[in-house]
Design a protein around this ligand. Sequence first.
Ligand code: SF4
Length: 381
Amino acid sequence: MLPRHLYIHIPFCARRCSYCDFSIAVRSQPPVEEYVTALRAEMDGLQRELEGATLDTVYMGGGTPSRLGGVGIRDVLKTVRERTRVANHAEITIEANPDDVNDMAVAHWVAAGVNRVSLGSQSFDQAALNWMHRTHDVSQIGRSVGTLKRGGIDNISLDLIFALPAHLRRSWESDLVRALDLGPTHLSLYGLTVEAHTPIARWADRGATVEGSEESYEEEFLAAHNAMTAAGFDHYEVSNFARPGKASRHNSAYWTGAPYLGVGPSAHSFDGSTRRWNVAAYSEWIRRLATGTTVIGCEESLTEENRSTEEVYLGLRTRSGRPITEDEIGRVQAWVQAGWAVIEEPVQNPRVRLTPTGWLRLDSLAADLAAQRALPVSVNS
Ligand code: SF4
């Protein structure tokens, strides 16, 4: 199957945020030419998969893609267009940090075809931003949204993090109001979790409180659902809200199990039956491309059972839910009674979708439904 969705991992960040365990390369000055040269080499090796493909979405994620600046992103998209076709109305997204957004960069992005920006705002509370080790300040969030709109990009998603530790005294309600005041088309919300090898994990080891309580996690998640739906947003996936017609087409493809191609360090690809992923370290990715060695670090073949298990999990993440069989109805009815799920079209084509309180239990409910068919994935490295 030819991919219609391309993910490009651009790993550069000015420094590591306190909660971040992503695959990044900390650089004060990103090596733009070195990166684009390596990207060209990787995409040349994917000619068989790219030739004949037409991309509906291109998503530049990271790291911080906006660190490449206007010219760097222009060269990345030129590299893509020289090797495959991009549909006329493709969704082309770049993740950006507010401090990288300026008129010149936005002009280059728009000229290169970028029509959607996912802005890493995270909070409108300066003490919270400092604690997260973010490089931007509160005032830069509003300014960057203004710059994007003035430059012609009005499809803007904001990221916010909830369930911060209570000692920060951040007002979640105030953050939601201030985000809405900027007129975004989309919001992505992430509950803070402590991942290994992050600065906050080290702080926790030393006895500091680095995350909110379970109660605050639930309260803030439900408060966000209420505030955003009251403002006219569709809570279309457990972590995502969109104005009508503004759901992320790229991420929605992941949740429906569509094939996609990923390039750049740590990027994942899926062809409908096999998933593979690149080596994560930037230096290793560069070294392998310079020596003509494969950048694929690992791959896994999904069995029918594995795919079925994934389909359960991915379906339950989304507002449209998933079809249920007669065998599953009894199990799901218990969820309905608990207020965690709704059964739609119960007679003809029954589907289950989780309610917001059900989404708070997503992992355990998905595991419950998938348990009867879960089998181990075979991994080849
Ligand atoms: S900007 Fe994003 S990718 Fe970079 S360190 Fe911060 S959270 Fe991680």
